[in-house]
Design a protein around this ligand. Structure first.
Ligand SMILES: Cc1cc2nc3c(=O)[nH]c(=O)nc-3n(C[C@H](O)[C@H](O)[C@H](O)COP(=O)(O)O)c2cc1C
Length: 378
């Protein structure tokens, strides 16, 4: 049996884990019409994951998205399904952990259990699972699945879903799983996950129920909150970690962000302005707000603030500046207690080489990374 600690890069010696977030979607997480925006085509995705693997990025984290947000660019309208995407990426790499982001209510648990095992074996234990409970009614409608009426019911379903999957990955030869929501008979599942353990699991939920679900079931919790300051972020991290400890667990806490790194602050700020103002796809932000039933007439100032927040990378931390600034900000996030960050660039493949060349060696010098990433670039 392979212990969890030995199976994947997420347990390597890097004190602050770095992941690329959202590269399976067109535009990634950037609501922009910039012509160099990310298209999420496979040729670029393959090059990106190979480079990320070589320079020492710890993980790839996709977004589970089935319908885009329209606007001029149909933001996130072209997306790859994340378990198959992860499998392709794992087959092309040696070291990096690749997550799939799986909607519990939309994936039949037997299919999910089987596909995940397949991906995990192909990746020799480098597959990881990000469970989402979902919110986007129009995506549920595509599947003909009715979203459950309350958050309690959604997480109750999510609990049965993961319980059934964990049992399928366990030693039983054959069993029935009869819950309130799932009634599965004569379950058999072979092979089992890599090395007799199971994939690392994370949950992305914002509510107290989402957090409780993550603490109960997962190794890590993923929060997208835009904290007003790092003190508040540190408070949130320590609350989650303390709740994990009370359950006898060492729960990881990850955050999200967007990075612009340039030789000078002015260049970085100018590019951020270009991304979030000059070329912003406001229509996509407005469509997303309409999906969440947020209307300008109810609160014009609040609406404009939310619209701008969406265009500014959607959520998490904006990390904009020189290589020193970016490394310092990542170190501060580590100091606030976060275990890592999933971040995006406007165009991942254009921007990763400079980040790897300049920021990784600085983090290495600060003692936050085992490798400086640079030999791989040479
Ligand atoms: C960091 C983060 C990432 C998320 N990623 C996705 C995603 O890829 N697809 C999706 O449909 N929902 C995503 N969600 C939304 C969750 O599925 C969930 O619907 C939302 O957090 C509401 O759950 P809650 O009731 O626990 O707050 C994400 C949420 C967070 C916090």
């Amino acid at each position: 049996m392979t212990p969890m600690q030995d199976r994947i890069a997420m347990y390597n010696g890097n004190k602050f884990k770095l992941g690329l977030f959202g590269s399976n979607c067109s535009n990634g997480r950037a609501m922009t019409k910039a012509p160099e925006r990310w298209l999420a085509d496979w040729d670029s995705s393959e090059k990106l994951v190979e480079l990320a693997d070589q320079v020492g990025i710890d993980f790839m984290l996709p977004i589970g998205r089935w319908r885009g947000y329209r606007g001029e660019t149909d933001h996130q309208g072209t997306t790859m399904e994340t378990i198959t995407w992860a499998t392709g990426q794992l087959a092309r790499t040696k070291r990096i952990t690749v997550f799939a982001t799986v909607h519990a209510p939309l994936f039949n648990p037997v299919l999910a259990a089987k596909e995940i095992v397949t991906a995990d074996l192909i990746g020799r234990g480098r597959f990881a699972l990000n469970i989402v409970i979902g919110w986007n009614e129009s995506e549920f409608n595509m599947f003909g699945v009715e979203q459950k009426a309350t958050n309690e019911l959604r997480y109750e379903y999510g609990q049965e879903w993961i319980d059934a999957i964990l049992r399928m990955w366990g030693p039983e030869e054959e069993f029935d799983f009869i819950g309130k929501h799932l009634k599965l008979r004569g379950l058999r599942l072979k092979p089992k996950p890599y090395g007799g353990s199971r994939p690392l699991m994370m949950n992305a939920g914002a509510s107290p129920l989402g957090r409780a679900y993550a603490l109960r079931n997962c190794d890590a919790f993923f929060t997208a909150i835009r904290f007003p300051d790092l003190k508040e972020a540190a408070q949130e991290v320590s609350t989650v970690k303390a709740a994990g400890k009370a359950l006898g667990k060492d729960t990881g806490v990850y955050t999200v962000g967007q990075v612009v790194c340039r030789p000078t602050r002015k260049e970085a700020r100018d590019y951020w302005h270009y991304w979030t103002e000059e070329t912003a796809d406001w229509g996509a932000a407005e469509y997303m707000l309409a999906l969440k039933d947020v209307k300008r007439e109810d609160d014009p100032a609040g609406y404009d603030k939310m619209r701008r927040a969406l265009v500014h990378g959607q959520s998490g931390f904006d990390i904009i500046g020189t290589p020193d600034d970016v490394a310092d900000e990542l170190a501060r996030l580590h100091g606030a207690g976060f275990d890592g960050i999933g971040f995006s660039f406007l165009n991942y493949l254009l921007e990763l080489p400079y980040f790897a060349q300049e920021v990784l060696p600085r983090l290495h010098k600060m003692g936050l990374r085992e490798s400086d990433g640079v030999p791989a670039l040479a």
